[in-house]
Design a protein around this ligand. Structure first.
Ligand SMILES: NC(=O)c1ccc[n+]([C@@H]2O[C@H](COP(=O)([O-])OP(=O)(O)OC[C@H]3O[C@@H](n4cnc5c(N)ncnc54)[C@H](O)[C@@H]3O)[C@@H](O)[C@H]2O)c1
Length: 429
């Protein structure tokens, strides 16, 4: 007879191993659920269950255990189904109230989830039972990461200083170092929690580490919600040139919690609205009218976000790598980037784009832009330093030789992509 104490210790050891295996199995069950949801398949699959049972039963050497093993497996599969049913319920409850799911179909398919107070369910929409690198900036309230902190297996933070200057090679390198030193593998994940700066930097790091690891984007500024988090462009600035080093890399999911806008400063909100207005002028007159006429746009911000995402989705689905239609989204950016670079940090990205649009539009459209600038108290246009602007544009990545693709708006939703000389552009200023 074996000593009971020793036997119990061995059982404890076995149970410990089984806890780990159980967790691994449940994580895989979640993956199965996500796949089934994506492909509209039922949770219960009798054929698969029978096959699992018979294949594994054959491995039992001591036949005395067989019927108990079968019972054990049946219970285990029921637990797994229960978990998947629960995921389905959580997934569907908010969908029927405020959650909207927009499916994007580019070189990689992914969902954009838009809703209120949905970050508390973050782990239900994602798979974070693994190593997680959370990139964020000092201004983003930590409370937004609560669910991530609670549910991830091992969490690492990389917190940058707020602002464009952080989109640099030093931060990129430090993120790669952090992942390498902590043995991140292809199975792990990077999460961006913040505005466009955080999203661009984290996305670029995720796209290059081990040739690309999973990436969830949680945009918290309006600009990032309506624009930068969608479409897969990620980049850092280098040698003073904006977005010169980057990649196209689609996220696994974008999760937009509208409630995070409550802590976004008003000025940042309106700068983000400028990017939504840009898309509206190019593609959606109704949205442009809503932005110009609504007395309290924050009450309708969900409409602005969803309409803008739908515009961007259509554009990037048609032209993921910016060889045609996607160039239109650069409307206002040629001069806007130059103004941003020269005036930074006095002028925000969205504000600079609004000013830049004035140099790329007919009189009729300029009227609308000026209305927008006045309504949302954006910086007013002022005399430009032509020489500085042109110097910047010559360095800008969109200029090849002495010609440039320039997006021009004749009237709302009536745009042209003109290939003009830099001299012609200078004359416009
Ligand atoms: N990848 C793309 O397709 C794309 C498109 C447009 C713009 N961009 C890039 O996006 C960047 C601009 O994005 P941005 O305007 O979000 O800038 P940002 O990331 O600097 O955020 C703006 C400010 O708001 C703060 N903030 C963000 N969310 C907050 C919240 N919920 N509460 C409190 N503070 C918050 C940030 O700390 C920062 O100070 C630029 O670098 C631009 O090049 C990229």
């Amino acid at each position: 007879m074996k000593d009971i104490k020793e036997t119990r210790e061995r059982i404890n050891e076995i149970d410990k191993k089984m806890v780990k295996l159980f967790e691994e199995r449940m994580a895989e069950a979640k993956e199965v659920f996500l796949y089934k949801r994506e492909n509209n398949l039922p949770i219960f699959d009798k054929e698969r269950e029978d096959e699992v049972l018979s294949r594994n039963s054959e491995l039992i050497e001591n036949k005395e255990y067989l019927k108990y093993y079968e019972e054990f497996m049946e219970n285990l599969m029921n637990t797994s189904k229960k978990y998947q049913e629960e995921l389905k319920r959580i997934d569907e409850t908010p969908r029927s109230s405020s959650l909207k799911i927009i499916h994007v179909n580019t070189d990689k398919e992914y969902d954009i989830l838009v809703g209120k107070n949905i970050l508390k369910n973050f782990d239900k929409f994602t798979h974070i039972n693994r190593k997680v690198l959370l990139v964020t900036d000092e201004n983003i309230p930590r409370k937004y990461a609560k669910s991530i902190e609670k549910e991830s297996k091992e969490l690492f933070y990389y917190v940058i200083k707020p602002g464009e200057k952080s989109k640099n090679i030093d931060n990129y390198k430090a993120i790669l170092e952090l992942m390498t030193n902590n043995h991140f593998s292809r199975k792990d994940v990077v999460i961006a929690l913040g505005g466009g700066v955080v999203g661009d930097l984290a996305g670029f790091a995720a796209s290059t580490y081990m040739r690309g690891i999973d990436f969830y984007n949680i945009p918290t500024s309006l600009l990032a919600m309506v624009d930068s988090s969608i479409g897969g462009k990620c980049a850092i600035d280098f040698l003073g040139i904006k977005n010169i080093v980057g990649s196209f890399y689609q996220p696994n999911k974008v999760i937009i919690d509208i409630d995070t806008l409550k802590t976004l400063p008003k000025r940042e909100l309106y700068a983000g609205l400028a990017e939504a207005f840009k898309m509206a002028l190019c593609f959606d007159k109704e949205l442009a009218a809503l932005i110009l006429r609504d007395p309290n746009i924050i009450d309708n911000i969900d409409k602005v976000i969803v309409s803008s995402i739908n515009i961007k989705k259509r554009v990037v689905e048609e032209d993921t790598y910016e060889s045609g239609l996607r160039k239109v989204l650069n409307y206002g950016h040629t001069v806007g980037h130059a103004i941003e670079a020269i005036e930074s940090p006095k002028i925000l990205h969205g504000e600079a784009v609004a000013l830049g649009m004035l140099y790329a539009s007919s009189k009729e459209v300029c009227k609308l832009i000026n209305l927008f600038i006045a309504k949302y108290s954006l910086p007013k246009p002022k005399e430009l330093d032509k020489q500085k602007i042109m110097e910047f544009i010559r360095h800008d990545k969109k200029s090849s030789q002495d010609r440039i693709d320039f997006i021009y708006l004749n009237s709302a939703t009536n745009f042209e992509i003109k290939n003009i000389t830099l001299k012609e552009l200078e004359d416009r200023l």
